[in-house]
Design a protein around this ligand. Structure first.
Ligand code: F6P
Ligand code: MN
Length: 322
């Protein structure tokens, strides 16, 4: 088993990117410890604030965000950061080479029930000719990411990361405090009998998704001719991790629950990094109109329809939109 830095060097990842990754991971080790302290640390429950998206901030959202923000801005590698918990981008080092977008704590509703949560991050190169305080630097498509990953604070703390040379799994070894490579070049099975969707939104979906899920539910008596099982962790990191481990389809489709907000998940720090990880593992990451990583962003907090996972199942789902 290999430690993280030698594994990245073997993949010819540039040294300054390795240093940035190690900086990000230092923050995740601290968060992992804080999460494990639960009621013994001051991390449970909500603050009295809302983020720019109108969501109540949990104490741990704020703790995790502040840890990332401070460590990244002090590192010298980062020109600016953008976070789910920050209204706009925050400037770092003017000559910094990288931009980091992150969801410091994904699956916030799971914090207080001791269930799966994680941190998602995405790294782009910073344009050298733009000001560090200009949020437009972040308007780069997902296919330009140089690294993406998440850390899952589960029964074990796991890092799943790609730098464009496959998707690899690492486990945090608490005996010496480092991430150890445990699986190289993860491959998502192309076929599956497992789907993940929030069924409570069913009546708000478009007809195509209604029909697709209806056919999955019909099982071996319906047109698909096989039975499907359903899983919903309510944390995208957890659901995508399961898809990377054993296949599946994960979707948060367009819905009409709130006319002003037809999509739930955010492009820059949820959909794009997961899309990069999945594509590097042979899976698909789409909207009903095309590839997620080809979307040219217009806003750092923009939301997007998400249909991702096992290749043949994503294609089966998309065929209902044709
Ligand atoms: O960050 C948004 C998020 O928490 C995702 O991690 C998760 O997939 C989804 O929202 C859960 O939403 P719902 O409330 O519909 O279960
Ligand atoms: Mn999230």
């Amino acid at each position: 088993m290999q430690r993280l830095a030698p594994a990245l060097r073997e993949d010819n990842v540039p040294l300054d990117l390795i240093s940035l990754i190690k900086t990000i991971l230092a923050a995740t080790k601290e968060i992992s410890f804080r999460v494990s302290q639960a009621q013994l640390g001051d991390i449970m429950g909500s603050t009295s604030d809302e983020n720019i998206q109108g969501e109540v901030q949990k104490k741990l959202d704020v703790v995790a965000n502040d840890l990332f923000k401070d460590i990244l801005l002090e590192s010298g590698f980062v020109k600016a950061i953008s976070s789910e918990e920050e209204d706009t981008s925050v400037a770092g080092e003017k000559d910094g080479k990288y931009l980091v977008s992150f969801d410091p704590l994904d699956g916030s509703s799971n914090i207080d029930i001791n269930s799966l949560i994680g941190t998602i991050f995405s790294i782009h190169e910073a344009p050298s000719d733009m000001d560090a305080s200009d949020p437009d630097m972040f308007k780069q498509a997902g296919h330009k990411q140089v690294c993406a990953g998440y850390v899952l604070y589960g029964p074990s703390t796991m890092l799943v990361m790609t730098t464009g040379r496959g998707t690899h799994f690492y486990v945090l070894d608490r005996t010496h405090g480092g991430y150890i490579l445990v699986e190289r070049n993860v491959q998502v099975p192309v076929d599956t009998q497992e789907f993940a969707i929030n069924m409570s939104n069913q009546r708000f979906w478009q007809p195509a998704m209604q029909n697709y899920i209806g056919d999955l539910l019909a099982g071996d008596t319906g047109p698909r001719g096989k039975n499907f099982n359903m899983r919903w962790i309510a944390a995208m990191v957890g659901d995508i991790h399961r898809v990377l481990c054993r296949g599946g389809i994960f979707t948060y489709p367009t819905d009409s629950k709130n006319a002003k907000q037809p999509y739930k998940l955010r492009l820059m720090y949820e959909a794009n990094p997961m899309a990069f990880l999945l594509e590097q593992a042979g899976a698909l990451a789409m909207t009903s109109e095309g590839r997620i990583m080809d979307i040219e962003p217009t806003d750092i907090h923009q939301r997007v329809e998400v249909i991702m996972g096992s290749k043949n199942e994503v294609e089966a789902c998309l065929s209902y939109y044709k």
